[in-house]
Design a protein around this ligand. Structure first.
Ligand SMILES: Cc1cc2nc3c(=O)[nH]c(=O)nc-3n(C[C@H](O)[C@H](O)[C@H](O)COP(=O)(O)OP(=O)(O)OC[C@H]3O[C@@H](n4cnc5c(N)ncnc54)[C@H](O)[C@@H]3O)c2cc1C
Length: 380
């Protein structure tokens, strides 16, 4: 498509910001990102960026800043929730980086977003713009926001996450599927570990729960603890504060080392873990979805953000390589759907990196910026 195509991206999350950065670097001149939040705050959680995500983020021009801020863990370790015994240890050393083509990085999500924003042309990100509705016009699409303002674009991209408004507009209202599990989390300074030598990045596997513990900065001064535990959720709120005692209660049966790490928590939060059944309708008319808006996964493979970033890479290539939105969107969806379906399947099974049997290369080694695009059937 022409480089003066007006591309409006809804949602300044991981996928939306990566897409904007990639399009601008490819020469698209009229890219805007419309984010509902009024400001970017350093709240949230940690995120693991595997080599496949980092290769795309390299193309966004942010690899060095990410490496300078986050941490390259020395290894990913799988341990038993109760005994602490190690079932798998994958060194994330120079050999692994050469094998996968990029580093494996852990970082605070807000640092990732801030660094992505810094890669955008000034004025690209429009804060406080919550999508309300869209309307196709003869010349494009009119995008209306909750505050009554509106803008026009040639195409609109929904990077607006698991509760995507654009998805609801295209496919109808349907709430995400609650999985019967809660994510509990805490972030705290490493000094609270009282000298305990914590491994860089560990997944603790229990019978009905698991936890991830890792540092989020290269200085190893900030710890992230996240656990998936069984539970109920009532109400529409997306997350809630969790009393520290309730948080620690979930670690009653944990190995002493895991329990000690959890005890570092001060402020804790809980939110419901949701996904959606697979649905391959990713675009309609001038609108297309990326990331959690079209394929939210359970966060058990640490692959949802990475998949959103891969979507961004493939969609950016397709917008550059095809003449019409229809052709670009069809090539994008056909390329991405089989790979994302596999990520969804593994995320539900929750087996990724539990033991040494997994083939890691198809996921970590993938480069969405260069991998072949799906061949499309010629139009009848
Ligand atoms: C507990 C947990 C741990 C995870 N850990 C990892 C991990 O380690 N590695 C990994 O790769 N993935 C991980 N994920 C998954 C990952 O967070 C998501 O898959 C990823 O954030 C999806 O990116 P996105 O760009 O599609 O959406 P998001 O990053 O959710 O961004 C959506 C954006 O859209 C905005 N928005 C929403 N509605 C509107 C609207 N109406 N108008 C305008 N803006 C709107 C939101 O404010 C937000 O900024 C985890 C998820 C969870 C729940």
């Amino acid at each position: 498509m022409r480089h003066d195509t007006r591309v409006a991206i809804i949602g300044g999350g991981i996928g939306g910001l990566a897409l904007a950065a990639l399009l601008q670097r490819q020469g698209f001149l009229r890219v805007t990102v419309h984010e509902q939040a009024a400001q970017l705050a350093r709240i949230g959680a940690g995120i693991i960026l595997s080599g496949n995500a980092m290769k795309v983020l390299r193309r966004c021009g942010v690899e060095d800043a990410l490496l300078a801020t986050g941490i390259r863990p020395s290894a990913f370790t799988s341990r038993d929730w109760m005994t602490g015994g190690t079932s798998y240890l994958m060194p994330m050393d120079a050999t692994a980086e050469a094998r996968f083509g990029a580093a494996f990085l852990n970082i605070h999500r807000a640092d990732l977003l801030r660094i992505l924003v810094s890669a955008l042309a000034p004025g690209t990100l429009r804060l406080g713009q919550k999508l309300a509705g869209i309307e196709e016009t003869p010349g494009g699409v009119r995008i209306g926001f909750a505050d009554g303002s509106a803008t026009e674009a040639d195409i609109v991209v929904g990077g607006d996450g698991i509760h995507s408004r654009l998805r609801a507009i295209l496919l109808g209202e349907a709430p995400p599927r609650f999985t019967g599990r809660l994510a509990i989390r805490a972030i705290f300074p490493t000094a609270r570990l009282g000298g305990l030598a914590m491994d860089d990045c560990t997944k603790w596997w229990g019978a009905d729960r698991h936890a991830l513990t890792y540092f989020m900065t290269g200085r190893r001064d900030e710890v992230y603890v996240m656990a998936s535990v069984p539970g109920e959720w009532q109400g529409d709120d997306l997350s809630r504060p969790l009393p520290r005692e309730a948080f620690l209660g979930h670690f009653d049966q944990a190995a002493p080392e895991l329990r000690r790490i959890a005890e570092g928590a001060v402020e804790c939060a809980v939110w419901p873990i949701c996904d959606r059944p697979r649905d391959d309708r990713w675009f309609a008319g001038r609108a297309v979805l990326i990331g959690d808006a079209c394929h939210p996964v359970r966060p058990y493979m640490a692959a949802g953000g990475a998949s959103a970033v891969e979507d961004a890479a493939v969609l950016a290539r397709c917008l550059d390589g095809f003449d019409t939105p229809d052709a670009a969107f069809a090539a994008y969806a056909a390329t991405r759907i089989p790979r994302v379906a596999e990520v969804q399947r593994i995320s539900i099974a929750n087996t990724w990196m539990r033991g040494p049997t997994e083939d890691l290369d198809w996921f970590f080694g993938h480069d969405a910026c260069t991998a072949p695009l799906a061949a499309l059937e010629p139009a009848a």
